[in-house]
Design a protein around this ligand. Structure first.
Ligand SMILES: C[S@@+](CC[C@H](N)C(=O)[O-])C[C@H]1O[C@@H](n2cnc3c(N)ncnc32)[C@H](O)[C@@H]1O
Length: 605
């Protein structure tokens, strides 16, 4: 079967593969053509289908070529007009000849379609189609600067040279997809948003060297909320692959300075995914500080083992329904030409119809069963609300087990739990059940209140659902949510942090100087820290931990005074608040006059 027949069958034929176009292509083991080629052809044809319908109808192609079906006609005309190498069939092939016979007419109708849309060149026509496909508001591309290998300033001067810095995410989301604008995120340090198609960042030197990491803003919440510090001891990332959050933890700690011997333990149950994890950790430069536990189930790690005696913080990001992932449920629109259309006026055929239309002669399509694809790729057929509830319940039971296991680590004081799901059952539901558990009560685990959270997180105003928290407003406020398509540019996400004080197993109080803990505090009650984030012990007046400075300088940014948008100290280092956010130079955060509604609050404390 040719590439075109395979793409046609995929787009209009009966399907046993539900889910997005991507998962339909890549889970279809019967394809003879390379899946990437089938996917690209099908997706691009869908994007252009309203134009192709117009061209095919105006050229009366289906009237003259009775053997062509509507779907085949637009797939072939797509490649004829828009693919670099034209139709991927020999000149003698019947399908190709059915298009070649009408070359001149098709080209002329395509030119008319372009001019009708006021596009002077084919490039502007392509941009218009991409913009229409994305809709008026687009999901930004989020880029985290990996503090182990680079700094925000260094990236602004290299990878993002020539980009205009705009103050609000709204301006990035509504900018032309290729416009060189960027927004420095106001919640997560070292995070940049740009329009989605401005550059293929995977081809940049910075990406190849691990200086930048493509990671959605919401996916940066857990490591930032966990706020890892040198005095936290070892850290466990329980469900790590592909390693975005593991490398983020390492990035934060490298800015603060790892304590001597401080280690991140990264568990990953799936052997293949563990390989990806190892690769990512190496590229990101965090391999020296990370112990990967490949193909190891976190639930089987013994909390009492000597190896984990110094674990003070855990990040839990277990498998979930993935219902918050952007693009997960994308099935592109498809406009098909009328089979026997005679001289249709352009635009007659209701192009832009949301639903897929079938023309005469197309095979009857049975509704595909809905497919739930978890964020680690596991597929479940979900054909009713009951199926969905059962799947959520099974996931929630597993997620709860992960949280309760983490609660058992003897020296753990901080645990974040996150999902990229929008379902209450996997989020607030798990939180409430964890709080009500025997181990939580025995060991004093509670939810970190909003006002106790690191600044970017307490300022984030999308919080947990009170109803999902059984009416407990304080717990709901402690939960952090993110939704797709709410104008903030993130994926759907949930994170909560559990903490406990010095009470160990309800018995002995750890030795502390007073109720406020062992560290020196300022007049506002905040722990006084040095430039590496290390607090001073009241008892000794000395630093709480020795920072490992054997691997070179611990930096909070580099470059000379006066460079970049941030305030610098006398040594040229970026000045940051206690939460790690850089301070913008005066005027750098001023809005343009016409920017009325945005969420920018600058980086000042
Ligand atoms: C949501 S993904 C993690 C994404 C990752 N935290 C990141 O930000 O790149 C969940 C991962 O947990 C792994 N996993 C699931 N159950 C596990 C377990 N019991 N122990 C260790 N890994 C597990 C899955 O194989 C999957 O790779």
């Amino acid at each position: 079967m040719s590439l075109y027949h395979e793409a046609a069958a995929l787009l209009t034929g009966p399907s046993t593969h539900g889910g997005s176009l991507k998962s339909r292509v890549f889970s279809n083991k019967d394809l003879k053509s390379p899946p990437a080629q089938v996917y690209a052809l099908a997706l691009e044809t869908c994007k252009w289908s309203s134009v192709l319908k117009e061209v095919v109808e105006s050229a009366e192609l289906l009237k003259h070529e009775r053997k062509l079906t509507p779907i085949l006609s637009i797939l072939l005309v797509h490649d004829h007009l828009l693919a670099k190498g034209g139709i991927a069939l020999p000149a003698s092939h019947g399908l190709r000849q059915s298009i070649d016979r009408h070359k001149a007419r098709l080209t002329s109708e395509f030119t008319k379609a372009r001019i009708r849309r006021r596009c002077p060149t084919i490039e502007t026509f392509r941009d218009l189609i991409e913009a229409e496909y994305a809709g008026p508001v687009q999901h930004p591309r989020w880029i985290r600067v990996n503090a182990i290998k680079s700094t925000l300033d260094a990236q602004l001067e290299t990878t993002f040279k020539g980009f205009e810095v705009v103050p609000s995410i709204t301006q990035v989301m509504t900018a032309p997809r290729k416009k060189k604008v960027l927004c420095l995120d106001g919640h997560i340090p070292n995070l940049i948003a740009v329009p989605p198609s401005v550059l293929d960042f995977t081809k940049t030197e910075a990406y190849k060297k691990g200086e930048i990491i493509l990671q959605d803003k919401a996916s940066c919440f857990p490591a930032y909320l966990l706020d890892p510090r040198p005095e936290d001891g070892d850290i466990i990332d329980a469900c790590s692959a592909p390693g975005n959050k593991t490398t983020h933890l390492a990035g934060i700690l490298s800015e603060r300075g790892f304590a001597r011997g401080q280690t991140i333990h990264a568990f990953e149950k799936d052997r293949n995914r563990a390989k990806t994890l190892q690769k990512m950790i190496k590229i990101a430069g965090s391999d020296a500080k990370t112990v990967v536990h490949p193909a190891e189930d976190f639930l089987r790690a013994d909390p009492q083992a000597e190896e984990y005696a110094h674990v003070g913080a855990l990040l839990l990001d277990p498998s979930c329904s993935g219902s918050g992932i952007v693009g997960r449920d994308d099935v592109p629109e498809l406009c098909l030409p009328e089979a026997l259309a005679s001289k249709n006026k352009p635009g007659n055929g209701k192009s832009g119809n949301k639903k897929r239309k079938r023309a005469e002669g197309e095979e009857e399509m049975k509704p595909a069963p809905a497919m739930m694809v978890d964020d680690d790729g596991q597929e479940t057929v979900v054909s009713s609300e009951k199926d969905l509830q059962q799947r959520i319940e099974a996931l929630a039971a597993f997620q709860l087990q992960i949280v309760l296991h983490a609660f058992e680590f003897p020296n753990a004081r901080k645990v974040t739990y996150s999902t990229c799901s929008v379902h209450k059952g996997e989020n607030e539901g798990v939180t409430i059940r964890a709080l009500g558990s025997e181990v939580a009560r025995r060991r004093g685990w509670r939810v970190l209140r909003r006002e106790e959270q690191v600044r970017g997180m307490w300022e984030w105003d999308v919080r947990g659902e009170v109803e999902g928290c059984e009416g407990d407003k304080e717990v709901a406020e402690g939960c952090v949510r993110a939704f797709r398509d709410d104008g903030r540019g993130t994926m759907g996400f949930f994170v909560v942090m559990f903490v406990r004080d010095g009470t160990v197993d309800g018995e002995k109080k750890q030795v502390e100087e007073d109720e406020e803990g062992p560290y020196v505090r300022d007049q506002q009650g905040r722990v006084v820290r040095d430039e590496n984030g290390i607090p001073t012990l009241k008892a000794t007046g000395r630093k709480a931990v020795e920072v490992d400075d054997t691997e070179g300088d611990v930096r909070f940014g580099s470059g000379s005074e006066g460079e970049g948008p941030f305030v610098r100290d006398g040594d040229g280092r970026i000045v940051r608040g206690p939460d790690g956010m850089p301070t913008l130079k005066k005027g750098a955060d001023e809005e343009s006059e016409d920017e009325s509604e945005d969420d920018w609050s600058g980086f000042d404390d």
